[in-house]
Design a protein around this ligand. Sequence first.
Ligand code: C5P
Length: 300
Amino acid sequence: MTAIAEATSRTPRRTSSDAEFARAKVNLALHVTGQRADGYHLLDSLAVFPDIGDRLRVSPAKATSLVLSGPFADALEADDPDNLVLKAGRLFFEHSRQVAPPLRFALEKNLPVASGIGGGSADAAACLRLLADRYGRGRADAALVGIALALGADVPACLAQRPCRLSGIGERLDPAPPLPEIAIVLVNPGVGVSTPAVFRALETRDNPPLPAFPERFATPEVLLDWLRATRNDLQPAAMSICPAIGTVLDALDARPETLFARMSGSGATCFALCRPADAGPLHESLARDHPDWWIACGTV
Ligand code: C5P
């Protein structure tokens, strides 16, 4: 029996997880430490995956389709072959040498697109986890990381969805020290920012790496002290392209609940860290003053 015949003769495994949560990726700190010959930048970043995200379901169908719902569904095209969910599906079956069965992907798009929190990468990673459960060797299959990397530099991190230190071009993962209990509020002013444009606008590309990590971030204060010694090197460049980022950061810094505020990734989404009991009031006061902003709160 050929590999393809063998693979397609397998009955898809039913799993309890036909829906998958695709968590936002938030860069609490992001240093740009160099640039490769191919133009990609070397990064050193602490990334976390709060309980804020998209939801993806997959089910057998007569023909493959992508069905979009949720507050940011209109920002995507259901028939765009470059959509990362469809691309992830194609690549998964190509790599596992299986004929791709027709599938219906239903994506609830809760995260703003092109917003510095890895929404597309999170969706692609969720798709790989679902397909690995149903049609592959499970999500612990090492080959999955290679497929993820082929889809984008930060898809491997989104596959794991655990706090981590990212290096290389964002594809190298090391576990982050344990984090304290702290809440996060994400804010996006409704402006998409082009990641390549932000990287092009950088003034310096050879900044020092992140400072040494403590063994654990034992209290919020330890984390906040460490963060104050770090930067997001993409923030000044992103703010020059998208001044609304400055407005968001000023609004977050002005709130008494905010312990620390910064932009994530290449923007425009910014985050505020606060005590868990302060997340609701912070969310409410921001929503009252800025009804057109996307605001979501969760736990780091
Ligand atoms: O990973 P993603 O597809 O979001 O990257 C979009 C673009 O951002 C890349 O094509 C590249 O121009 C830039 N980039 C970079 N260095 C990285 C990640 C992204 O220059 N480490």
